[in-house]
Design a protein around this ligand. Structure first.
Ligand SMILES: Nc1nc2c(ncn2[C@@H]2O[C@H](COP(=O)(O)OP(=O)(O)OP(=O)(O)O)[C@@H](O)[C@H]2O)c(=O)[nH]1
Ligand SMILES: [Mg+2]
Length: 460
C-alpha cells in the first residue's frame, strides 16, 4: 500500500565519502528539517524551492552542532517523489550521517523502505513503471551501451510507444463496443476486415519490440561465461589475458584454482561475467573436490562455456569426459598453448564438439585473445550488431508482457476473421490492454509493484 507519511534515508552508499546525502520526502519534510537546521538565510516561511542553503545541523537536545551542511528543498509537486522533499548534503562519514538520520526520525520521519522514494514518484505520476525500472538500470548499468539503453528507457520512449499502441487497441475496442451496444448493427464484413488489419499492424509493432528483448536483456544483465577444462590447461591464464591484468593465480602445479573467481568484461557492449573454475579431474583431495563440484554446478547454469584444452599434449580421457559433459551447452573451444608444437589436429576436437567454434590461443604470449573476444561476440549477438538507435526491450518482464499481449491480439484477430461475437473479441482486446498496461504500470498489480521496488536500494 502507498503511504503518505514522511520518510527518510541515507541516499549515498555506506562507508566514508566526501559527501553524504540524507533524503526526506513527505508532508513533514520541511518542518523536520527546520527543527534541526540553523542558518541565517533560512526560515521555513521564506525558503525558496530548488535553492541551496548553507548552515549547520544542530542536535535540538543539547544545541551542539553535528555538521556543516547544505540543505535543499524541492516543493511538491516538482520534486523526484512529487512530494515535499528535503536533501541534506553533509560530510560523508557513516556516524555523522547515521546520527543525523536518527534526529530526522526522532523529529517525525520514518526510515524509508527500499525503493520507496521511487515508488512514491510512480504513485504520484512523476514517472511510469518502466521509467522507475530505468532508474535502477542506470545505477546498475555495466557497459556504455547498457547505460544508453537505460537512459532511453528513463526518457519514457518505450512507455510512449506502448501508450500509442494501447490507444489504438482502445479505439478498436470502442468500435466493437458499438456493435455490442447495438446488436442490430452487426460488424459489417468490411469493418471486420479493416479492424483485423489494424490489429495486424499493432501485432507487427509488438513483435518487433519483443524481438529485441533477448539482446536487450543480455545487455542489461550480462551473461555467465564459465571457463572450464582439466587442470593446468591455462584457464586462469586465459581469464587474466581476457581481463588484461593478473587476477587469478597461475602456477605450473595442476589443481591451483579451487575457489570460483568471477570478473566482468565488456564484449561488444554485453557485460560478460567470466567465471574461472577448478580444473576437473578425479581428485582425492577434499578441498579440490569441493572446487570441482562447484565447477560442475557453475557449468550447469552457464550461458556459455569456454572449454580450454592444452594443444601441446594429446587429448586424454579427462578432456573427453568434460566434452561429453558439455553436450547441449553453448561452447567455445580455446585450444591453448599455441606457442608450443601441436599435439593433435582440429578434427580431433570437431569430431567431439561438432557445433563449437574453435580458437587457437596462447594465453602466455597474449596471442589469439582478440579472436577469442570476436568469437564470443559472434556467439552472443548471433552476428546481429546491437542497434541502439531503435527502442529495445531490456527487461524479461516487459518481453513477457509483450508476448502475452501479442497472443491475446492474435486471438482477437482470428476471432474477427471467424466472425466471432464482438463480446468475445472485446475480452481478448481487454486482455491485451491489461498486459501492455503492466509495462507502464497502468494495470500493474500490487504484487508486481512490490517485486519491482523491493529490488531497489534504500534511499532510491
Ligand atoms: N607455454 C604456455 N604455457 C602456458 C600458457 N597458458 C598457461 N600456461 C602455463 O600453464 C600452467 C598452468 O596455467 P594456469 O593458468 O594456472 O592453468 P589452469 O588451467 O588455471 O590450472 P588449474 O587452476 O590448476 O586448473 C602455468 O605454468 C602457465 O604458465 C600458454 O599459452 N603457453
Ligand atoms: Mg587455474
Amino acid at each position: 500500500m502507498y503511504d503518505s507519511d514522511t520518510i527518510a534515508a541515507i541516499a549515498t552508499p555506506p562507508g566514508s565519502s566526501a559527501i553524504g546525502i540524507i533524503r526526506i520526502s513527505g508532508p513533514e519534510s520541511l518542518r523536520i528539517a527546520a527543527s534541526l537546521f540553523r542558518s541565517p538565510s533560512f526560515s521555513p516561511e521564506t525558503i525558496r524551492s530548488h535553492h541551496l542553503y548553507h548552515g549547520r545541523i544542530v542536535d535540538p537536545h543539547d544545541g551542539c552542532t553535528l555538521d556543516e551542511v547544505l540543505v535543499s528543498y524541492m516543493r511538491a509537486p516538482t520534486s523526484y517523489t512529487g512530494e515535499d522533499v528535503v536533501e541534506i548534503n553533509m560530510h560523508g562519514g557513516m556516524l555523522v550521517l547515521q546520527k543525523t538520520l536518527e534526529l530526522v526520525c526522532a523529529a517525525g520521519a520514518r526510515i524509508a523502505r527500499p525503493g520507496e522514494f521511487t515508488r512514491r514518484a510512480f504513485c504520484n505520476g512523476r514517472m511510469d513503471l518502466a521509467q522507475a525500472e530505468a532508474v535502477m538500470d542506470i545505477i546498475n548499468a555495466q557497459t556504455e551501451i547498457g547505460l544508453k539503453l537505460a537512459s532511453r528507457l528513463l526518457t519514457g520512449e518505450l512507455s510512449h510507444t506502448i501508450n500509442l499502441l494501447m490507444d489504438d487497441v482502445i479505439d478498436i475496442t470502442a468500435h466493437l463496443e458499438a456493435a455490442i451496444d447495438f446488436p442490430e448493427d452487426d460488424i459489417q464484413p468490411q469493418d471486420a476486415h479493416a479492424l483485423a488489419q489494424r490489429i495486424s499492424g499493432i501485432l507487427e509493432s509488438l513483435r518487433r519490440l519483443q524481438a529485441t528483448s533477448t539482446q536487450g536483456t543480455m545487455i542489461r544483465t550480462g551473461i555467465q561465461a564459465v571457463i572450464a577444462g582439466k587442470p593446468n590447461v591455462g584457464k586462469s591464464s586465459i581469464l587474466n589475458a581476457l581481463l588484461g591484468h593478473y587476477r587469478a593465480i597461475v602456477t605450473p602445479e595442476p589443481g591451483t584454482t579451487r575457489d570460483i573467481i568471477q570478473e566482468t568484461i565488456n564484449i561488444s557492449g554485453v557485460p560478460v561475467h567470466l567465471v574461472d573454475t577448478a580444473g576437473i579431474r578425479e581428485s582425492h583431495h577434499a578441498v579440490e573436490q569441493i572446487g570441482i563440484d562447484m565447477t560442475r554446478a557453475r557449468i550447469q547454469h552457464a550461458d556459455i562455456v569456454i572449454l580450454v584444452l592444452d594443444g601441446s599434449i594429446p587429448l586424454d580421457e579427462f578432456d573427453r569426459s568434460i566434452m561429453h559433459m558439455l553436450q547441449g551447452k553453448h561452447v567455445l573451444v580455446a585450444v591453448n598453448k599455441s606457442d608450443l608444437p601441436r599435439a593433435y589436429a582440429d578434427d580431433a576436437v570437431a569430431s567431439l564438439m561438432p557445433h563449437a567454434p574453435v580458437i587457437h590461443v596462447s594465453a602466455l604470449m597474449q596471442q589469439g585473445i582478440d579472436a577469442m573476444r570476436d568469437a564470443l561476440a559472434a556467439m552472443l549477438l548471433h552476428d546481429t550488431p546491437i542497434n541502439v538507435s531503435e527502442i529495445m526491450v531490456a527487461h524479461v518482464r516487459h518481453g513477457h508482457a509483450l508476448l502475452q499481449a501479442a497472443e491475446a491480439l492474435e486471438h482477437a484477430r482470428q476471432g474477427l476473421q471467424a466472425k466471432q461475437a464482438p463480446e468475445l473479441i472485446a475480452v481478448d482486446l481487454q486482455s491485451a490492454l491489461a498486459h501492455l498496461g503492466e509495462i507502464t504500470g497502468r494495470s500493474a498489480s500490487e504484487d508486481i509493484l512490490d517485486t519491482i521496488f523491493e529490488s531497489f536500494c534504500i534511499g532510491k
